[in-house]
Design a binder for this molecule. Structure first.
Ligand code: NAD
Ligand code: DAU
Length: 359
């Protein structure tokens, strides 16, 4: 892996992945971050990486994966040998309100990347297309059982359907044309730099400001939580040791009901930043802010990943324990005030203009 194109590298997991790869002693190559900078793309997530590596080992291209010419030009100019494909519309609620962008980016964009890399790599060796996907393609579980790599697909939201379609396309390019691909399907991530539309950062930031903590339905839906750095290490392991054409499930083996997560955040906040000293709380406790709201349409009940394949075959395992990592995550959102402020006031979207030298 000399020249890695990371699509969606300005997003939550992509930016954590770029930081993770640069911290690996055995990586000596370059990373080209190809990102459209939608509302979810935030170059402030990578300020430290820019300062250290920009124009030497880290490059940024503002581009859309649906733009075939921009994709082809990037593959050629940077002699890309590895693609790690994160770019997607990622939020289920948004897909319910407006599915069109999901179909465009997640399906059409993935197709353009596949076709362009196939054309570009025709006579090359040692190339790889890694597709980052989700456990949501498998549908919803009852109280028992786990998603395995062999579980039939049963996507139920516009988001998960678009990801399922992209997974099928990736496998079709492997099976039909011999494109060197690997696929991973991962459970819910949490950690630094997550956009506060997702449950965990939304609850932390709302609580700190004394706003309601919205819980959909009865709060008993279950997700399997994985610290983002563990997702990054799993992808890195697949890139190094994964078998071509294979799919690997990645999960935290950490099932929690949403209500448990929200209560846990409230109790940790009482410890780290007591409500009695928080002027926004006005003699309330954080847990007093919990508010049950109308359920998400088609809300999947339970996700749980069986990740024994990547553990047994590739020797990966999670390094982070939930109690410790959620505490660190809360502290990160408290101590990174300027990141939070620019996300809230929207000024993160001007990062490129403010930091002209990185254009
Ligand atoms: P995110 O929404 O934080 O980031 C997505 C990034 O993709 C943004 O930087 C955005 O600007 C970019 N992007 C969107 N459309 C683009 C386009 N047309 N061209 C180029 N760039 C574009 O998402 P995330 O949470 O970091 O998720 C990354 C990937 O991981 C997604 O493919 C998602 O399906 C998958 N995934 C996420 C989770 C999770 O818990 N967040 C779990 C499993 C899998
Ligand atoms: O499972 C992997 C998926 O996890 C990824 O593929 C998606 O990209 C990612 O967004 C995430 O999807 P979820 O829908 O599970 O994440 P979200 O944070 O939106 O919601 C987590 C759970 O919390 C879910 O059951 C819905 C619930 N929820 C969410 C929000 C935003 C609430 O109860 N209240 C909320 O305000």
């Amino acid at each position: 892996m000399k020249n890695i194109m990371v699509t969606g590298g300005a997003g939550f997991i992509g930016s954590n992945f770029i930081r993770y790869v640069f911290s690996q002693k055995d990586f000596k190559g370059k990373i080209i971050n190809f990102d459209k900078l939608t509302y979810a793309g935030n170059l402030e997530n990578l300020t430290d990486i820019c300062e250290k590596y920009y124009d030497k080992r880290y490059f940024f291209i503002k581009g859309d994966i649906c733009d075939r010419k921009a994709v082809e030009k990037t593959l050629e100019k940077y002699e890309i040998d590895t693609i790690v494909h994160f770019a997607a519309e990622s939020h289920v609620d948004r897909s319910i309100l407006g599915p069109e962008e999901f179909i465009k980016t997640n399906i059409e964009g993935t197709f353009i990347l596949l076709q362009s890399s196939f054309n570009f790599w025709k006579n090359s060796k040692n190339t790889r297309f890694h597709h980052v996907s989700t456990d949501e393609v498998y549908g919803s579980l009852g109280p028992k059982g786990y998603f395995k790599e062999t579980t039939p697909y049963d996507p139920r939201s516009p988001y998960s359907s678009s990801k399922a379609a992209s997974d099928h396309l990736v496998r079709a390019y492997s099976h039909t044309y011999g494109l060197p691909v690997t696929v991973s399907n991962c459970s819910n991530n949490y950690g630094p730099y997550q956009f506060p539309e997702k449950l965990i950062p939304l609850i932390i930031l709302n609580a700190l400001e004394g706003k309601n903590l919205p819980i959909y339905g009865d709060g008993k839906n279950v997700r399997d939580w994985l610290y983002v750095e563990d997702h990054c290490s799993a992808i890195w392991t697949i890139l190094k040791k994964g078998k071509l054409g294979e799919t690997y499930n990645i999960g935290g083996e950490c099932e929690k009901q949403n209500i448990e997560i929200v209560k846990k955040i409230c109790s940790l906040l009482e410890e780290i930043k007591p409500s009695s000293k928080n002027p926004f709380l006005k003699s309330k406790k954080y847990s007093d802010l919990i508010t049950f709201v109308k359920d998400r349409p088609g809300h999947d009940k339970r996700y749980a990943i069986d990740c024994s394949k990547i553990k047994k075959e590739l020797g990966w395992k999670q390094a982070y324990d939930f109690d410790k990592a959620i505490r660190e995550t809360i502290k990160w959102y408290i101590s990174n005030e300027s990141w939070v402020k620019s996300v809230k006031d929207g000024s993160y979207r001007n990062w490129l203009n403010k930091n002209y030298s990185y254009r």
